[in-house]
Design a protein around this ligand. Structure first.
Ligand code: ADP
Ligand code: MG
Length: 701
């Protein structure tokens, strides 16, 4: 039996016959020793430490808590009958609850008993408790020799009925671990392991199953999590390197006349430090001769458009054209209107191309684009259609990256040969480490600062019962000269119903806010594009005070005078969408408000979303909560490139580890690209297996 070869078939393990092997393969995907050894417990029973009530927190692990019993009470009747008690130590306390066998338990315990309660801590309305703890007197506990932590494996009925419940699996895994002995499976460079003082891979694997205590577990976990993310980061590092080697970029070395002139004479405000830093990143990148492929993240209102414009000026100063693509017609229009006054002052030609541009006008645009007379083309995905041919496209900017697919990004790149520099901008903040994992082949710049003078937006939750009060409030704001958004959800699955909500809402708003004192705009997806445009424009001009709409205004629309955002049925929206919507206000100097109107009863998840919005304006914090509620894969709507579904590592919680692995990967690719050094010998083999399907190995070195 080859216990030192993890690719050995499971049938060679003592206790596993063909039947069990087949079952484990079909139910759990476990076929080899290696698969089984990496079937990690989903929780542990922790007999390693005795906690006090003030030291515990809710979690999946069963733990031991020492204290003195008090307030033993029998409550409720019939099926609601339960026994409760308090477990106390030094002024701290947790609750113990039993629903079954209460009479018998009541008889066996007394106030003043010193006991060890064993179970899982849960959190009920802020009170920590254990349901159905095992109790043991301190004396009998001292006689026991429980010590370490014990694994609990997930199983299912089919497996359990063949003896492969958690205990059965534990037995097989223990057998395997015993037989492996001290055989080493390490492949990480020794220097990394030394630096972190990690245990060997074999010990780490063993301690994932049978840790001596939580600290040892977390060290074992750290090593194995690192191995997972490190391999991916190494793939990315090679990809970035081969990208740089094969893609020469245009060199934007000149910053005049336009860039400098704009910066010194036209820019109406001081750049924020964050904007300066990002522009510096871009300048260095675009002057280096290397092709730029960069993601700019910045919360709504952080001033990404301006950064885009100044990057465009770099291209123009060096004899190139620029393109800027937005996901919706309204947003493209908005970009066009904000860039036009600046472009005009500089004598630069800018045009707008969207689906609704007429054929004749389109022809003229195509002609002027090909001749180079148009310097900047702003538009929707109409930009990437075949007849659009640039004379010399030097930079392409994509706003709201997540609304476009990889294919569209690629098409825009192909609009010029050699490829234009690419900037993608997103207002959906992604934790840095997540960005590194999914857009690992992009460079990253972050605008983490809002322009000065922005007041934070006060956010509150209201229900239909508060309708009169809310209407009174917005009347007041309108009298003060402010403008109001009222947004209704429009969700594809229930589109008809939602649309009715919107129209009903609109009718009643018209009734409550009559002309001539109030003018109201409405914009929704079923309107013709010109009508939408016209209504938007009236609101932008300040001719209407209220904008009733669906989420079409979600991205980009900029009306600094708008100070109140009302979101109807707010519980129907996702967190990041709510945050985006809220970002439509608070753009001027006025105190701004966001009122989330919800039903009376919210789901747990809905409550967390609404509470989070009321508590914070920080997009990154909101993104983190969103990520925890929905999981990173769901949030990003993509499973491209880097894996979001690691076995051990957690993209959000292991941020630092991922950062570190990226640095290490980068330095390896720089210093030993062919992995020839002794330290990288085993890594070379492991990595070539891992990356076989991910990169063309030949192009690497
Ligand atoms: P984003 O696209 O990042 O959501 P915008 O580029 O639309 O944000 O900018 C929001 C608003 O802030 C715009 O009105 C813009 O002119 C203004 N702005 C941008 N940068 C600054 C700055 N440094 N100081 C003051 N206002 C700024
Ligand atoms: Mg924007």
């Amino acid at each position: 039996m080859a216990m030192n070869d993890l690719s050995t078939s499971l049938t060679y393990l003592k206790g596993v016959g063909p039947y069990k092997a087949g079952l484990m393969s079909s139910e759990l995907g476990i076929r080899t020793f290696g698969d089984l050894i990496e079937y990690f417990p989903f929780r542990y029973i922790d007999r390693s430490i005795v906690y006090k009530p003030n030291e515990v927190s809710p979690g999946p692990t069963e733990i031991q808590v020492l204290g003195v019993l008090s307030e033993i009470k029998l409550l409720g009747h019939g099926s609601k009958k339960r026994l409760t008690a308090r477990l106390n130590s030094n002024n701290s306390t947790i609750e113990l609850i039993w629903f079954k066998g209460v009479k018998w338990i009541q008889k066996s315990i007394n106030p003043g008993d010193q006991v060890i309660a064993f179970g899982r801590i849960s959190n009920f309305n802020g009170n920590l408790s254990i349901s159905h703890p095992d109790l043991e007197s301190i004396n009998s506990f001292k006689k026991n020799d429980f010590s370490g932590m014990y694994p609990v494996y997930s199983s299912n009925e089919k497996l359990s009925s063949s003896g492969l419940n958690s205990k059965g699996l534990a037995k097989l895994i223990a057998e395997l671990l015993n037989n492996i002995g001290d055989h080493q499976f390490d492949w990480l460079p020794e220097s990394i392991v030394k630096n972190k003082n990690w245990p060997s891979r074999t010990i780490a694997l063993k301690e994932m199953h049978y840790p001596k205590n939580p600290k040892r577990l977390s060290i074992a976990r750290e090593r194995l999590a690192f191995e997972e993310v490190f391999l991916d980061q190494l793939v990315f590092a090679y990809k970035r390197k081969s990208h740089l080697a094969s893609h020469k970029g245009f060199i934007f070395s000149k910053l005049r006349p336009n860039f400098n002139n704009f910066y010194k004479n036209i820019l109406p405000f001081e750049l924020t430090n964050a904007q300066k830093n990002v522009i510096k990143d871009i300048r260095e990148n675009a002057a280096s001769g290397l092709h730029m492929n960069r993601l700019i993240q910045g919360d709504v209102g952080s001033g990404k458009t301006l950064v885009a414009f100044m990057s465009i000026l770099m291209a123009i100063d060096n004899g190139h054209q620029a393109a800027m693509m937005a996901p919706t017609e309204i947003l493209a229009q908005q970009h066009y209107s904000s860039l036009t006054p600046w472009a005009e002052k500089l004598g630069i030609n800018i045009s707008l191309l969207t689906g609704s541009v007429k054929k004749s006008a389109r022809k003229i645009i195509f002609k002027n684009l090909a001749s180079g007379d148009i310097n900047i083309l702003v538009g929707t995905h109409a930009l990437i259609e075949d007849p659009v041919i640039f004379k010399n496209l030097g930079i392409a900017i994509i706003d709201e990256q997540h609304k476009f697919g990889v294919a569209q990004r690629a098409k825009l790149r192909k609009k010029n040969n050699p490829a234009p520099h690419i900037l993608v901008m997103t207002a959906t903040p992604i934790p840095r480490t997540l960005a590194m994992s999914i857009y690992g082949d992009l460079d990253l710049s972050i605008i983490d600062e809002l322009p000065p003078g922005r007041k934070s937006i006060k956010t509150v939750q209201r229900t239909d019962h508060n309708r009169l009060q809310v209407w009174g409030f917005i009347k007041n704001e309108i009298i003060k000269g402010r403008q109001i958004y009222i947004v209704y959800p429009l969700i594809e699955e229930s589109e008809k119903l939602d649309f009715k909500d919107l129209m009903d809402g609109y009718e009643s708003i018209i009734r409550d806010f009559p002309r001539p004192d109030f003018e109201i705009s409405i914009v929704h997806g079923r309107m013709k594009s010109e009508d939408k445009q016209w209504e938007m424009q009236r609101f932008i001009n300040g001719e209407t005070q209220i904008m009733v709409s669906t989420t079409v205004i979600e991205v980009g629309v900029d009306v600094p005078n708008a100070s109140v955002m009302i979101i109807e049925n707010a519980e129907k929206f996702g967190l990041s969408q709510l945050h985006q919507l809220r970002g439509r206000v608070g753009r001027g100097g006025e105190k701004s408000y966001c009122i989330l109107i919800t039903g009376d009863k919210l789901s747990d998840n809905g409550k967390i979303r609404i509470d989070t919005l009321c508590k914070t304006n920080d997009g990154f914090q909101i993104a983190n909560v969103d990520m925890k509620l929905r999981g990173p894969g769901e949030v990003m709507g993509t499973r491209q490139s880097g894996s979001l579904d690691y076995k051990i590592a957690n993209i959000i919680e292991d941020g630092e580890l991922i950062e570190w692995s990226r640095k290490i990967a980068e330095s390896i690719v720089l210093n030993d690209p062919k992995l020839e050094k002794k330290d990288n010998e085993k890594l070379r083999q492991r990595f070539s297996e891992y990356s076989r399907h991910k990169i063309a190995w030949g192009s690497v070195a």
